[in-house]
Design a binder for this molecule. Structure first.
Ligand code: NAD
Length: 344
């Protein structure tokens, strides 16, 4: 008896810059369930780069033409932030499942429209919150959920690097307020905020300070957020485009232990009393020496599992919107010098 041929999802990618080339193109290519058949990219030199790196694939300069001409099942959106909503809504209307890069959009109205478009089209909309797919944060969340550290009362998230230029982004948009809608806070902070929400639950109040401290750019290059969670616990988020990673990662403190997930040094669990002059009962256990395993390497597999209904869609439109709401509240707080209460 002949076995039924497995469906291969036809994929289109909108925006063929750095994240498309480092995560999306290779991820779809290595998974037999998918094939990138087309991409849309206005910059001509990128077309040659893509064909050289990823082989035969139809290139368009206008994403609308791509959606019209190709019978796609899935679209990845890898354009500058300001285009995410327009691209995603068009792809959903064309009947595609959509994996949209973070931040979901640049304002909450657009995020709401994207969520409504996915619902109307009965298609899946996932946001690329890559940090949730690193092994370290995943283990931390599981241990928090399993009450391994008792009641968590504080989270700290810090991410820093030298910024998107000169080594990362292919086009000059990250420092353009119209296209990016924010700087380090919206770019890296959105990952940190998402991790905090994912581990601790909803945020009800935000104090933010976003500043341009070092680079001569019209968006923020450093930001600090103090957040209060609905469950009463507190959070501290620090992101920057102008310093070394240093401590990069997540720490969660609970009534019965602490989780220190240093992205470079490893994930440690401390149980017992670690305070100076304490009872000396602290026990440190290394749970994972390579907490950065996963991420982009597994993102597309995870996404295809979701499209196939094998895994639950958690990095959904609502998660994207929730993180964006906190980031925008932090900018507002920074501008006004006042704490912003969410949901008002
Ligand atoms: N999940 C992650 O870890 C991660 C990492 C980096 C970037 N990102 C996100 O990915 C998105 C793209 O960032 P990047 O670093 O790849 O930037 P990039 O500049 O390298 O790539 C963006 C590409 O989009 C193209 N583009 C611009 N306008 C377009 C349009 N109207 N239609 C189609 N293509 C268009 C540009 O020419 C460029 O090639 C951003 O939203 C960014 O926040 C996510």
């Amino acid at each position: 008896m002949a076995t039924a041929k497995k469906k291969v999802y036809k994929v289109g990618i909108i925006g063929a810059g750095a994240i498309a080339q480092e995560c999306h193109f290779p991820g779809y290519k290595k998974d037999r369930r998918s094939k990138v058949v087309a991409f849309a990219e206005p910059t001509a030199e990128r077309h040659d780069e893509i064909k050289e790196r990823f082989g035969k694939v139809e290139g368009y300069t206008d994403y609308k033409e791509m959606l019209k001409n190709e019978d796609l099942d899935i679209v990845s959106i890898c354009t500058p932030n300001a285009f995410h909503a327009e691209n995603a809504i068009a792809a959903l209307k064309a009947g595609c499942h959509v994996l949209c890069e973070k931040p979901i959009a640049t304002n909450l109205k657009d995020a709401d429209k994207m969520i409504a478009a996915a619902k109307k089209a009965r298609k899946k909309l996932m946001v690329g919150f890559t940090h949730r797919l690193f092994r370290g944060p995943q283990k931390c969340r599981q241990l928090v959920k399993d009450k391994k550290i008792g009641k968590p009362f504080m989270i700290r998230v810090r991410f820093a690097h030298g910024g998107p230029y000169p080594s990362w982004a292919k086009n000059a948009w990250f420092y353009n307020p119209k296209l990016a809608a924010g700087g380090a806070l919206l770019d890296m902070g959105i990952h940190a905020i998402d991790l905090a929400l994912w581990m601790m639950g909803p945020i009800v109040a935000v104090n933010g300070m976003s500043r341009t401290l070092v680079k001569k750019i019209p968006v923020d290059d450093n930001a600090l957020l103090q957040v209060e969670f609905k469950n009463g616990s507190l959070g501290y988020i620090e992101v920057g485009w102008t310093s070394q990673p240093g401590f990069s990662g997540v720490e969660v403190y609970g009534t019965e232990g602490s989780l220190i997930c240093d992205y470079i040094k490893g994930l440690q669990l401390c149980e017992g009393d670690a305070s100076a002059g304490g009872d000396g009962s602290a026990k440190w256990k290394t749970l994972d020496k390579t907490p950065l395993k996963g991420g982009w390497d597994v993102e597309i597999k995870h996404w295809l599992d979701i499209v196939e209904g094998k895994e639950k869609l958690e990095m959904n439109g609502k998660a994207g919107r929730d993180a964006l709401e906190v980031a925008l509240a932090a900018y507002k707080s920074s501008d006004t010098g006042k704490k912003v209460i969410l949901g008002k």
